[in-house]
Design a protein around this ligand. Structure first.
Ligand SMILES: [Cu+2]
Length: 135
């Protein structure tokens, strides 16, 4: 008979697995919620299938601006040295205002690994980094 503590850990693991793989089925857009709290993404390891629209819901619970920029290593190297103060024209570059929610939908055509990072000065070093695996 497992203790109550062990059982609640198992439930938390199941919830995480559901989030990481997307809870919807079929061919419609899949939604992934990423919460930003104390300058950290609550999900830092995500896996999505290629060729399917994925809607990212970015929930900024902090009283400061954040960014969610997703791409490969060369993309992030460019943005580390970039000077764009605000993002929104490209679906893989999103600025999220304080206490606000932003949504973007992307289709990843090639399996592989990408990173999502907040490139506001010092936020990446503080830990605003996540990895998305396209299967
Ligand atoms: Cu940030």
């Amino acid at each position: 008979m497992p203790s109550p503590r062990v059982r609640s850990a198992a439930v938390a693991l199941l919830l995480l697995a559901g989030l990481a793989t997307g809870c919807t089925s079929g061919t419609g857009p899949r939604r992934v919620e990423i919460r930003i709290h104390y300058s950290h993404f609550d999900l830092t390891q995500l896996s999505v299938p290629h060729g399917v629209p994925i809607t990212f819901v970015l929930i900024n619970e902090d009283p400061i601006d954040h960014e969610w920029l997703i791409g490969d290593a060369a993309f992030h190297e460019k943005h580390r040295r970039g000077t764009e103060a605000h993002h929104g024209a490209r679906p893989n570059e999103v600025s999220i205002s304080p206490i606000d929610v932003a949504e973007t939908t992307l289709i990843f055509n090639t399996p592989g690994t990408q990173q999502f990072i907040c490139h506001i000065p010092r936020h990446e070093a503080y830990g605003m980094v996540g990895t998305l695996t396209v299967t």
